[in-house]
Write a protein that binds this ligand. Structure first.
Ligand SMILES: [Zn+2]
Ligand SMILES: [Zn+2]
Length: 480
């Protein structure tokens, strides 16, 4: 194939950004953390996809410390993915919908439900069995009527039937549009639950889902890029390639391993980020000499108790991160015995809280032991994790050193901003991987832009070296 026959493909240049709005377990909310919810900006067009929605989530939007582009808005939420029906993951949904959908003005001339056409829902909700009836019942009992419409798609486990009809006009709430019932396939998965096209073409962000072990039915979600940069070419003929990104966001779990085969199916993709719960952890005596996080606990007893309740320890999260080859690991759903430390720790109490978070991260990191030397991140409310696009790489050795596709083009993933030395001869190029584990000093990060751009060297698919920007501590001094 003649060199130069192909121009740079329209590949995604957006950062994927995850913003954590609530990070404590069901024992919360506490004075330092709200219960579970996060939003993913996966497509890069400002649309937000939410995972779980604890009570107080609307207020979490209102009290964000950011007053710039990092601020996420309720009005940008287009889809909500609920992992399971437990109250600490669902009780904010009604207020969120009321807020996002607006108040119905009560048009007296509005045609009866069965006479008006189906309207496009402003928000689509995906969740386990029970979700549809849950929203419909509370909307009815609270006399809620919204200006815009919502709909609920139920992801059904084997043998389950929907909690309520998804399309019976008589049964739908006036603010509800028909939703689908999505039975799992023969493997127990929900493949391509939904997708969003990029560049109006062949590239997508696709959502898959699968079951994970918890006390009650629970789902893990996978947000992955499905990139087909040259739709007319075979993979082996493509002059340039890019590793698609993937974000795996789990609900509560003591064993998510059933999800691993589904993760592995994503062709050529890498798990850019795993969000895994770490509800409880044992603190060794050198961190917690006075047993402030609980008396007479042992590493074993804490783990056994966590599993009994359908939860995980940081080490368990690390093991799964290792199993699926995650490049980044965020620990959330952190037990109420571990309050979030302020970003600037002044008092011994603050320092103790920080030490506990650092220990949580260390335990997960030891089990994870990622090849890229990264370190797990115990997140707190309003932490953001930025996943920049992976670099586009030439598939032919002769293009090596071509700076046409350097990271500098990608805006925020430009390495020079992060102080890495330029690679000789390549403007804006990377040095070898530099992990941040060794100079982690401060475990509290407000923003993790620790992306890594894959850059193939020497044209050998096994000889890939990962670059990683140091995790950047972003402390804007907002009030905590
Ligand atoms: Zn929970
Ligand atoms: Zn739960």
């Amino acid at each position: 194939m003649a060199q130069g026959a192909f121009f740079p493909p329209a590949y995604p240049r957006n950062n994927m950004v995850v913003t954590f709005l609530g990070t404590t377990s069901g024992g919360g909310p506490t004075d330092t953390r709200n219960c579970s919810s996060l939003v993913v900006d996966a497509v890069g067009n400002g649309q937000l996809w939410m995972v779980d929605c604890a009570e107080g989530t609307v207020r979490q939007f209102a009290t964000q410390p950011y007053h710039d582009a990092r601020r996420v808005r309720i009005s940008d939420i287009k889809k909500v993915f609920i992992t399971h029906m437990h109250a600490d993951h669902t009780m904010g949904l009604i207020t969120l919908l009321r807020n996002a959908l607006g108040i119905h003005k009560g048009d007296p001339h509005e045609a009866p439900r069965e006479e008006r056409p189906v309207r496009a829902p402003k928000i689509e909700i995906y969740g386990p069995r029970g979700m549809r009836q849950f929203v419909r019942t509370i909307f009815s009992l609270t006399h809620t009527r919204s200006a815009d419409q919502y709909c609920v798609h139920e992801l059904l486990m084997p043998g389950e039937t929907a909690s309520a009809s998804g399309n019976d006009i008589e049964e739908l709430h006036p603010s509800e549009e028909p939703g689908t019932n999505i039975p799992c396939d023969a493997d127990g998965y929900w493949r391509e639950v939904t997708s969003h096209k990029l560049h109006g073409g062949s590239n997508h962000v696709v959502v898959d889902a699968g079951p994970i072990v918890h006390r009650d039915p629970c789902i893990g979600y996978i947000f992955r890029e499905d990139l087909n940069l040259y739709p007319t070419l075979e993979d082996s003929e493509a002059p340039y390639k890019i590793t698609p990104r993937m974000i795996v966001a789990l609900g509560d779990t003591s064993d998510p391993s059933a999800l691993a085969p589904l993760v592995a199916e994503a062709k050529g993709a890498a798990v850019s980020l795993l969000v895994h719960e770490a509800t409880d952890a044992w603190m060794p005596p050198h961190v917690d000499r006075d047993q402030r996080t609980g008396r007479n606990r042992t590493e074993r007893s804490v783990m056994e108790r966590a599993v009994e309740k359908g939860h995980s320890t940081p080490a368990m999260a690390g093991h799964f991160a290792r199993q699926i080859g995650a490049e980044r690991l965020a620990l959330n759903h952190i037990g109420a015995r571990f309050p979030a430390p302020p970003h600037a720790a002044h008092t011994p109490r603050d320092k103790f809280r920080r030490d506990c978070m650092a220990e949580l991260e260390a335990q997960a990191t030891r089990a994870w032991a990622p090849a890229n030397g990264a370190r797990a991140m115990a997140v707190q409310d309003y932490d953001r994790i930025v996943v920049p696009p992976n670099a586009i790489v030439s598939t032919s050795a002769q293009d090596e050193g071509d700076d046409m596709y350097e990271d500098a083009e990608h805006g925020q993933s430009g390495s020079t901003r992060h102080g890495l030395p330029p690679k000789p001869g390549v403007p804006g190029g990377h040095g070898r991987y530099r992990g941040h584990g060794g100079h982690h000093g401060d475990s509290r990060k407000r923003e993790n832009s620790g992306g890594q751009a894959g850059r193939r060297e020497g044209g050998d698919s096994k000889g890939r070296h990962w670059d990683q920007k140091k995790q950047r501590r972003h402390d804007d001094g907002a009030g905590y």
